[in-house]
Design a protein around this ligand. Structure first.
Ligand code: NDP
Ligand code: OXD
Length: 316
């Protein structure tokens, strides 16, 4: 005779998708991912009474700002990698997760590798060559072009791997000590001093704001290029413009800004040594990120630890 299996069915959760503008992208992918994760019966809604909500799928564009009434909510699942616009919300007492999405990472690797190669190969010299100058100067090999990445998390380390695969010598710097990487102020100075190309992939926190100030920009080698797909606040804009004007910094390719969209009268738009890209370095992709959200809901239901939990004290 078969043992009797006690009926321990966990009630299916109610998931509030709190970003109406993104719902059309997730309408099919999220139910599919929930089904894959074994929670096909979950109630997925775009509006609900706060007291009924178990999980909130969130993004900065959400109208939801007061989390206090969501008393039974087990987690707020952010669709963005960066959490600076939610982490300080005083009403948020629920666990907060950030997005680590293979699709987003792939996009960031492509953006960073593409713009690194642009500067490394000096592509503009030939693409923008109004005088049809025949200049046969060959660029150095990647192995001769040191790159530094500030922030060696999910995105920075994936970019480092891709650049190393092309033979760029990559120096990584992050907050905590790790083998083969630099950390701390001394490590930062060392990392900057060799960076012919500098990539900033740090989160915006009180510690990283204005990290690249005039003093630190001065540590970069003459003519260095800066790629910033991290956050605008990492760089002191005035200091960067001054360093570009005197030629100490050779070029800056900037994807993120203190104010977005970048105001029309901002000097970055017209500066001859700046390329502005409109916060498109990497986007969260609905298919892959839905799987990450579904896995975290599965974990929440099973009483397992959430993936990619944000540390509120650290701010990322
Ligand atoms: P992670 O949290 O995985 O990594 C953050 C990295 O920054 C870690 O290596 C961390 O160090 C380091 N770090 C944090 N604070 C400091 C500090 N005070 N000093 C030194 N290092 C520090 O984040 P992701 O890699 O997923 O994302 C990074 C950022 O990229 C996001 O926060 C967001 O701002 C930006 N982003 C931009 C996008 C775009 O389209 N432009 C798209 C997605 C993200 P440690 O390893 O020691 O913790
Ligand atoms: C993010 C971003 O943080 O798109 O995900 O910037």
């Amino acid at each position: 005779m078969l043992d009797e299996v006690p009926n321990r069915k966990v009630p299916m959760p109610t998931i509030l998708f709190a970003v109406p503008a993104l719902w059309p992208e997730y309408r099919d992918t999220l139910p599919a991912a929930l089904a894959e994760a074994g929670i096909a019966d979950a109630t997925l809604v775009t509006e609900a009474r706060p007291e009924d909500v178990d999980y909130i799928v969130y993004a900065p564009a959400s109208p939801l700002q007061d989390f206090a009434p969501y008393t039974r909510t087990k987690a707020v699942l952010n669709l963005w990698a960066g959490v600076e616009r939610i982490v300080g919300n005083p009403t948020l007492t629920q666990p907060l997760t950030r997005m680590v999405d293979p699709g987003l990472t792939e996009g960031m690797v492509e953006w960073v590798v593409g713009h690194t190669l642009r500067h490394h190969l000096g592509m503009d010299r030939h693409i923008l060559n109004p005088g049809h100058v025949w200049d046969p100067t060959c660029p150095p090999l990647a192995r001769e072009r040191p790159v530094t990445i500030l922030g060696m998390g999910a995105l920075g380390s994936a970019c480092a791997d891709a650049l190393r695969a092309l033979n760029f010598p990559v120096t990584g710097w992050s907050r905590t000590e790790k083998p083969g990487q630099l950390h701390g102020e001394h490590g930062l100075r060392k990392a900057l001093s060799t960076a012919q190309i500098l990539v900033t992939l740090l989160p915006k926190t009180p510690e990283t704001e204005n990290l690249l100030n005039a003093d630190r920009l001065a540590l970069l080698p003459q003519g260095a290029a800066i790629l910033n797909p991290g956050r605008g606040a990492l760089i002191d804009d005035e200091a960067l413009l001054a360093a570009l004007d005197v030629g100490h910094i050779g070029y800056a390719t900037l994807d993120v800004f203190r104010v977005e969209p970048l105001p029309q009268d901002h000097p970055y738009w017209s500066h001859p040594k700046v390329t502005v890209t409109p916060h498109i370095a990497a986007d969260t992709r609905a298919v892959t990120s839905s799987r990450v959200i579904a896995e975290n809901i599965r974990r929440g239901q099973a009483g397992e630890p959430f993936l990619h939990l944000v540390d509120r004290q650290r701010g990322y």
